[in-house]
Design a protein around this ligand. Sequence first.
Ligand code: ATP
Length: 296
Amino acid sequence: MSRLLVLGNAGIDLVCPVPHLPGAGETLVADGQSRAPGGKGLNQAVVAARAGAAVLFAAPVGRDAAAAEVSAALRAEPLASVSLLPQDAATDLSLLMVAPDGENCILTLGAAADALSPAAALLALEPLQQGDMLLLQGNLSAPATLAAVQAARGRGASVMLNTAPMRWDMRPLLPLCAVVVANDGEAAAITELHDGAAAAALHAMGAGCAVVTLGAGGCAMAGPGGLRRHPAQPARAVDTAGAGDTFCGVLAAWLLRGHAMDDAVAAAQRAAAVTVSRPGAFASLPTAAELKAILA
Ligand code: ATP
């Protein structure tokens, strides 16, 4: 069975309800705090594993208590393997301030993700074999990401890239990727276009198949079969955090199972609709039982 190797970030989300989002110079008193595992790499790996894929997850972390917390949380997930790669930096942390209307403000520290060297990224890819898939996001450095993509291709694996967060020029990677998933803002940053036009441009720039996600508007997809729109699964949205990660995790899992792109996108949107219907990021990801029912 082909496997999915997710190489990305993992850390802790510290979520603090606040009476309003802070202004310049303001000190805010939070109404509490909750901690959860987080990071786009971690979320996408967990969703793909819960969706039934054989997932190998590799992520840089610090040598600290937060890394142990991440490790403990991942033991409860159906991942085939977890490689937390110790770096001389603190484990990544995101502070999410959430106002009563659901609006949020996020501060992210990504020193561990930034610290992963290209050589360490290559070591993490050693299990990859012909027919496997590598899934990456934008949290690692550009050199580490490029090294990983090239090595995966050299091993006969396909590559799926989620362009979030967009911190550096991703255009050189596009021709090396079988699938690229960007939200509309990220797609516009690369192509200066939106929606279907952006998807078509990403495909023309080399992505095997480009998907531009459009929130409640669903997504646009451009590939060898032309340009297609897929409406979102209707949902009562409470908090969209984690929607993109759910989409990517299910899309990768479904493609690995040999489903056609259109079917995989439809499954990804059904799963993402669950995530947006409840608060939190990690806490809102669909469970394995929910995914089994959704994807049946
Ligand atoms: P986030 O950063 O909030 O996780 P994103 O910006 O990466 O998300 P979006 O385009 O907002 O990505 O959403 C990804 C997918 O999630 C959409 O293509 C859609 O299928 C689903 N989705 C998002 N918002 C909604 C919504 N309000 N109702 C139904 N589905 C939604």
